[in-house]
Design a protein around this ligand. Structure first.
Ligand SMILES: NC(=O)c1ccc[n+]([C@@H]2O[C@H](COP(=O)([O-])OP(=O)(O)OC[C@H]3O[C@@H](n4cnc5c(N)ncnc54)[C@H](O)[C@@H]3O)[C@@H](O)[C@H]2O)c1
Length: 251
């Protein structure tokens, strides 16, 4: 067991990559706080972990709201202990060019996909430092490495998240806090449910050199590795899992 008795918070833990990560962390012995805006989804994942013999709690929290984030950290600390690992994974992926989206849509995307990591880190860091260290792991995406057409707010938020990761890594390394970011390509999750199958296949044929679908479990395995002692000297880094998409400009 790579994460025996570690306390892990997973935001957006009720679906897709977050849910897969909750199960993978629990399988490695971690106690998991499953946080999600829709609490019913968090509940289902926490119950599945508990019925498999693991330890998990469900927390309803909107990570864009500082009061919710504070409550999420407090409940975890009270019921499971100070967090060792926070997986900031909750996200939305709205489309639109700058002149097509409203100010409210821009603000919502930046709040959920970027500001939320500032909020969780600010809230959890004092506890993590007092406990002797930990990991803040973030999910950005390949659209944070290179912009995608029609994804202005999302691309900007995820690019910001990559450098926020580096800032946290630099500022807290001497406190034994590591901070890394995972950049998935196209992952087969509910986030992409609206993407028609034929368009998806054409997109992958054109942009993803390795054939096949990246699964939420593929990303979860990377998260487990980064949370384990095997990654103890890795911080401030980007981990791309994209089937080779970013290997060339014209993949
Ligand atoms: N699926 C992909 O192709 C892909 C690619 C690159 C990056 N990502 C990123 O991976 C992360 C997870 O995405 P996924 O594909 O698993 O999507 P998903 O929609 O399956 O899961 C996201 C979860 O986050 C929750 N959530 C959304 N806003 C929230 C908020 N304000 N507070 C708390 N919870 C909230 C949702 O309820 C949902 O359960 C996101 O950050 C996404 O941007 C996904």
């Amino acid at each position: 067991m790579k994460l025996q008795d570690k306390v892990v918070i997973v935001t957006g833990g009720g679906s897709g990559i977050g849910a897969a990560a909750c199960y993978a962390f629990a399988r490695e012995g971690a106690q998991v706080a499953v946080a999600n805006r829709t609490v019913a989804k968090a509940d289902a994942v926490a119950r599945a972990i508990e019925s498999g013999g693991g330890r998990a709690i469900a927390i309803g929290a909107d990570v864009a709201l500082s009061a919710d984030v504070q409550r999420m950290i407090d409940r975890t600390a009270t019921e499971l202990g100070a967090p060792d690992i926070i997986f900031n994974n909750a996200g939305i992926s709205p489309s639109g060019r700058v002149a097509d989206i409203s100010e409210a849509e821009w603000d919502e995307c930046l709040a959920i996909d970027l500001k939320s990591v500032f909020l969780t880190a600010r809230c959890a860091l004092p506890l993590m430092i007092e406990a002797g260290g930990g990991l803040i792991l973030n999910t950005a995406g390949t659209f944070g490495l290179r912009a995608a057409k029609n994804k202005a707010a999302y691309s900007a938020a995820k690019a910001g998240l990559i450098n926020l990761t580096r800032s946290i890594a630099l500022d807290y390394a001497r406190d034994k806090i590591r901070c890394n970011v995972i950049c998935p390509g196209y992952v087969d999750t509910p986030l992409n449910e609206g993407f028609p199958r034929a368009e998806r296949d054409a997109f992958l044929e054109q942009h993803q050199p390795l054939r096949g679908l990246i699964s939420a479990e593929d990303v979860a395995e990377m998260a487990v590795y980064l949370a384990s002692d095997a990654a103890r000297m890795i911080t401030g880094q980007i981990f791309v899992i994209d089937g080779g998409q970013q290997a060339g400009l014209f993949a």
